[in-house]
Design a binder for this molecule. Structure first.
Ligand code: OOG
Ligand code: MG
Length: 268
């Protein structure tokens, strides 16, 4: 088995680290990255902590709505200093309506990023899931903004730590105009992020692994390694196209996507 897939943490350590991450997420405070205390932690350990976190949230009544791929563009990998993509789960409690006021008081140091979101109409199962499998299983795509919030001090982490922190997932807003993928040329689709009326980031969707559907295929293949599939009806974000932009109370953000419309929100 691949070294990175080997578990090194005991069950007690997994629960302990999960409680640490859960406390930081729900009470919005920064903690040192987990590998400071557990330098031998692997990606498999990170996913074990994430799985425990998901189990607890679902047991507390949160509903899972889908998944997110992260660190799928060069801009994001460079910004975060991590060059392997990751996945995280999304729940109903993280969703915020378009044009709404999003509180920053329950977040540590939020950042926004533009992403293409997919909604599936067929089950997808890896290994070996391809971009074409994803396109065939896609109901429609829509523009989304993810509000990420690493719980690690200084927004600095490594892959095992960020995976344990559910890929920095915090909030997300879907909106704009849902479209069928076959009516679009997704790679050439341009996106621009505006903060307080100024353009702060922009790129084409090809920045995400050449085609955002490639990120969904990667996510399905990681899920397979974790012994899971992606059920029909999932909402899946394919990863930030540009680098993430910090936001604070008082900021307003508009992500404008060619062909897909725009997604707006303000922070309070
Ligand atoms: C990790 C999450 C990355 C994306 O879209 O690349 C992510 C992070 O940057 O904190 O959501
Ligand atoms: Mg993201």
């Amino acid at each position: 088995m691949d070294q990175t897939l080997t578990l090194t943490l005991s069950r007690e350590d997994i629960v302990r680290l999960c409680e640490r991450v859960e406390g930081a997420q729900t009470r919005a405070y920064a903690i040192p990255k987990l590998t400071d205390e557990y330098p031998a932690m692997t990606i498999a350990d990170g996913y074990a902590v994430q799985l425990e976190l998901r189990r607890r949230f679902l047991a507390a009544g949160h509903k899972q709505v889908g998944w997110k791929a992260g660190l799928t563009s060069r801009a994001k990998m460079k910004q975060m200093g991590v060059d392997v993509p990751s996945i995280g789960f999304l729940t109903d409690r993280m969703a915020r309506p378009e044009n709404s006021a999003i509180s920053t008081h329950d977040l540590v140091h939020p950042r926004v990023e533009c992403e293409v979101a997919f909604v599936t109409r067929k089950d997808l199962q890896g290994p070996g899931c391809t971009r074409q499998d994803v396109l065939d299983a896609t109901d429609y795509v829509l523009p989304a903004v993810e509000i990420i919030d690493s719980r690690f001090s200084g927004f600095k982490f490594d892959l095992p730590s960020v995976v344990a922190d559910n890929g920095s997932s915090a909030r997300f807003v879907g909106g704009g105009r849902p479209r069928y993928v076959e009516d679009l040329d997704l790679p050439t689709l341009g996106v621009v992020m505006e903060k307080n009326g100024e353009t702060v980031a922009g790129a084409a969707a090809a920045a995400v692994l050449g085609h955002p559907a490639e990120a969904i295929a990667m996510l399905v293949n990681i899920l397979a390694e974790l012994g899971e599939g992606l059920p029909a009806g999932s909402f899946v974000m394919s990863g930030g196209i540009t680098e993430a932009v910090p936001v604070k109370a008082g900021d307003s953000v508009i992500a404008r996507f060619q062909e897909l419309g725009s997604v707006s929100m303000r922070f309070v």
